[in-house]
Design a protein around this ligand. Sequence first.
Ligand code: GCV
Length: 671
Amino acid sequence: MNRYLISLAAIICAIGAWAYDGTKLWLPQQATGGTSPEITSPKSKDSVVAVAVGELRDSWHGAPVKMVLKKDKALGRDGFRIIPSEGGLTLSASEPSGLLYGAYYLLRKQDSGQSVDTEITDVPRYDLRILNHWDNLDGTIERGYAGHSLWKWDELPDVESPRYREYARVNASIGINGTVLNNVNASSKILSHDYLLKVAKLADIFRHYGIRVYLSVNFASPMQLDGLSTADPLDKGVAKWWKNKADEVYSLIPDFGGFLVKANSEGQPGPCDFGRSHADGANMLAEALKPHGGIVMWRSFVYSPSDPDRAKQAYVEFEPLDGQFAPNVIVQIKNGPVDFQPREPYSPLFGAMPATKQMAEFQVTQEYLGHSNHIAYLAPMWKEFFEYVSPESISAVAGVANVGDDSNWTGHPFAQANWYAFGRLAWNPDEDASTIAREWLELTVVEDDMPENVKSGLVDMMVTSREAVVDYMMPMGLHHLFAFGHHYGPEPWCDVPGARPDWLPKYYHRADSAGLGFDRTLSGSGAVSQYPDSLAGVLNDADQCPEEFLLWFHHVPWNKTLKSGDTMWNTLCRHYESGYDAVKRYQSVWDSAKPYVDEALHQDVSRRLIAQARDARWWKDACLLYFQQYSNMPFPKDVEAPEHTLDAMKKVNLGITNYESPSMDSLDAVR
Ligand code: GCV
C-alpha cells in the first residue's frame, strides 16, 4: 500500500467513534490520541496561513505536509497544488487563501476515506463564491427556515458569538469566500456608523478564513439616513454622499467586498424612480467603490409591467443596457426567468449581454421546495442550469443562504447538504451531484459500518429528491401554484382580491377546458424568442419542447398525445403520483439506514419525511382535483385515487402569513 494512502481504518483508530452532531456540519473532527505528522508552515505572519496550519495540526493524520507560499500564475489567487513524494506532501499556493483551501481539501479527503496519492492542482472556476443572507436587522430572515439570524446585531460589536468563527470556518472549508450579511430588501440603517462598526467586527473575524464581507444597500439611503432630497444617481450631491460612505466603510473594513443592490423591484427604491436607468444607478455606486477595489452586484430581478409576460420582463429591461455597466459591476441574475421555482428554464438574460459581467444567483434556502420540512437536494437543479449556461460564460455565483441560528444551522439536517453542495459547485461547477452527495453523507450522517447498498440508497434518495418535489408540486413546466405569501402549500385556485395578477397561480397555469399551461410560443407571449435561435425553435414546437418545460412554454390540450404515447392529462397525473411514491420510498430507504445513523438524527429526519409524504399527497390531491375540473378526464388506473376532496383542500389554512414556515405541529393539525 502506498505509504500516503489514507486508510479509513487508521482514521477510525485515530479519531475514535463519534456521534453525529448537527452543530459540527462537515467540519474536520479533531484528533484524539495518535501521533501527529509534522506540518511545516511557510514563513508568513498572515492569519489565514495560521488557520490553515492549525487545521492540519489539529486534524490531519496522513503524511507530513510541507506548506509553501510561492507565486504561481496557474494557481490564481485561491488555487493550490499538492505533490506527494517519499518525504511527504507538498502543499503550495500563491496566496494564503490557497493554502487554506488546500488544507481543507486534504481533510475532506481524509474524513471521507479517500487517498491523496497523486499530484493534484485545484483552481476554483470563479474568484467570487458568495452567500447572500436575506437577514433583517431585527433578527428575522426573509424566507429563512432555520431559526433567526446568526448575526446578533444588538450584541455586536461587543459580544462575539462563537458561531461567527464557526460560520467562517464552515464556509472556507467548502471554498466560499464572500458573504452578503443582510437582506436585499435592505434597511438603510446598515450603512449607519453604528452598524458599520458591527459589520467591521464580523469582517475582522471572517478575514482569518479568507471571507470578505459585502452589504446589501438601499438605493434611497442618502435620503433615509441623511435627509438628502433625492437619491438620483446623476445628482452630484448623491454621488458625493455615496463616495463619502464608501470611504467610511473602507476606513473600518479595508477589505470590504462591495454592495449588492435590489433596485426598482418589489417596492424597493432605485434609479428608475428618478428617470434613470439601472446602469446609471449601478455605475454611480461603482464609481464610489472603485478607488477601494470594491464591486457592485446589481440584481436583474425586476418585473415592472414592461411586457404582459412576467417571464420576459427582466430581459426586456436589462438586455438593452448591455455594454453600459462599469467594469466593476456584475449583473446578478436568478437562475430562471421568474423566481426560484422548483423547475424553471434558465433565464434568457444569460448570454444575452456579452459586454456585461454576469453572475448567477441560486437559492439555497428552500422557499419553493418545502422549506426545511422536505428533503430536496438541489445540486441536480444547479447542474441542470449549467447544462444550458456554460460555466465559463459567467463571472461568479451567489447562493441565497439557508442558514440560521438553529443548532444544526439549516433546520432539516439534509438541508446542510445544499449549503455544502453550493460551495462545492461554486468552486467547480463540473463536480458531479451524486459524488458531492456521497461526500457530504460520509462527512456527516453515515457511520463507518454502513453497508454500501444502504449508503447508495441514501445517495440515490438525495439525488432524486429535487425531481420528486417537482413531480408532486408542479411537473412538466407548471410553476407558481403556491399559496399566496408563504409559498409552502398548493393553491392553484388562489385568488386574492387586489393582488398583482402575476403573484397568483392562475396567471401561470392558465387551466381552462382547452388545456393547461402558459403559451409563450411565438403566437403566445413570444418569450421563446428571448432564447438563442436554435433553442427557441425547439421550445416553440410543442412536439419538440422537452416535457419538463412543456407547460412553461405551451398551452397544451388535455388529450394531446405526448412522446410517451399517452395523453397530457394522464402524464400529468403520473408525475404527481411518481413524486408522492418517491417520498414513500424515501421513508423505507431512511428506515434501512436506522442501524447506521445516530438515533436522534434518525428520528428527526423520519418525522420530517412523514410530513413530506403527507405534503406530497396534499399537493397531488389539490392539484389533480383542481385541474380535473377542467380536463374532465378520469384518473389513470395506476394513479391512487385522491384521499381528500377539493373542498377540504381549499379549506386548509396553515395559519401562517408571509415568509413564515408551518411548524410540524401545525401541519399535523390541519392534515
Ligand atoms: C428578498 C421573491 C421572494 C422575496 C424575495 C425576492 C427577491 O419574490 O419571495 O421574499 O425578497 O424574491 O429575490 O428579491
